[in-house]
Design a protein around this ligand. Sequence first.
Ligand code: GLN
Length: 532
Amino acid sequence: MPLKTKFIIVTGGVCSGLGKGISAASVGTLLATSGLKVFPQKQDPYLNVDPGTMNPFQHGEVFVTDDGAETDLDLGHYERFIDENLSQLSSVSTGQIYTEVLQKERKGDFLGGTIQIIPHITNAIKAKVLEAARKSKADVVIVEIGGTVGDIEGEPFLEAARQLHSELGDDNVMFMHVVLLPFLGANKELKTKPAQASVRELRRAGIHPDMIIARAEHKIKKDHLRKLALFCDVKEEAVIPAETMDSIYQVPLSFEEHNVSKLVGRKLKLGSLKPKLAEWKKLNERFLAPNKTLKIGLIGKYVGLDDAYLSVREAIKSASYFHRVHPEISWIESESLENGDLSRLEDLDGIIVPGGFGSRGIEGKILAANFARTRKIPYLGLCLGSQMIVIEYARNVLGLKKANSTEFDLKTPDDVVHILPGQEKIYQKGGTLRLGAYPCKIKKGTLAHRIYGTEKISERHRHRYEINTKYEHRLEKAGLSFSGFYTKVRLPEIVEIKDHPFMIGSQFHPEFKSRPNRPHPLFREFIGACLK
Ligand code: GLN
């Protein structure tokens, strides 16, 4: 059967961090709301097999899919903008491609041949794109090539894209290039020259862009667009101005004002597309006219680094828009609380302790959990944040003063959080966490049940340690409820404090399933509790 899928290949020029992912995802919104099935694939040219072993300082958040892939944070944008659950096939890296090709070489699949970047690596890249199309049965696959045109690592990916275009034909593959127009303060001018140079670089790789997305921090004038069109040999209507907006959720609406769906529909022969954007408009109305401001404290390790907790921030934002409030998020470095001065927590309306690894700052997080519990401030614990609830309660209510997780204290006499027996001997760090979606059964009559309104849920995981059921009865009797379980091997999934307006933690990461127009129930009710 011939492949009917169309492909949009998104590249970036001038520099990284332009919002290429947001641009690509916004095009996805326009296509998906027109009724097309869209599947994104992010191609990361780095040599890591996946970003799972990278420090958030290097790479920002690791986004986890239902099937347990540890992926680039851009995949989170795609899920939120396209409203589709993604999979392993949405994430490709040089490390992954080389591992596959070299494993085949060792098996003897290429016996007699010399293995080369062209064709072996490029073929493997193309195979990934086509597999994504076949398995997802998408009408359109959006392929975002990470990095910047001109990077050495990116070349095989550009070459694979060039080959795809010549093999599948001009009606089936569209190239979209996202560039930056830098602003020169001295003469107060936007410059198009770096963008022109990056298009030249792209053309050297045999790729001619069909559309240019021009990003800028300042107002882009018609003149700039005209100049780009002329020098880059792109139709003027296909040079789309993309000035930085107050909210990323305004981008699809702005793209539509510049006829992006019409241009894509025409180029890829998809007919006339009519995106249904009413929900997106409503979301932006709520964002623009909040009734109130709430102060939410995020107690973390990577402070000042928005990308490290990207999905958490987006989940807070969408839950806040739902309640028509503006969330003022203060990032509080947990280590800074360890001297016992918790005054910075005084004026918070709610506290979130997000996920994390390693012992730095742990005691500060436990102090924050204690503060939230004793002052009855709404608290939401995400993975590590749920373990903090248990450790704090064991220490201060059960009186087990040295209670801890064996992640932070191997010799603790009370390992209220531990590694499951049998798992201790896993020494390989990459890809060995409990990853992806697991079902959870919620106990009736609990806060969790009230929040979800159902007994059966499925949520995504990324952790190694588990709350120890050995302490379940003692903790339950003292007022800490184990309100949700993975039942196959009985692992605690949700804990909550009975005598508290809202103190709950999940071993899973609810933030990954929150959507702009459908905030996750845990975040939605957390913000609701903060409002009270
Ligand atoms: N470090 C903890 C664990 O491995 C929590 C992980 C997380 O918060 N994602 O269990």
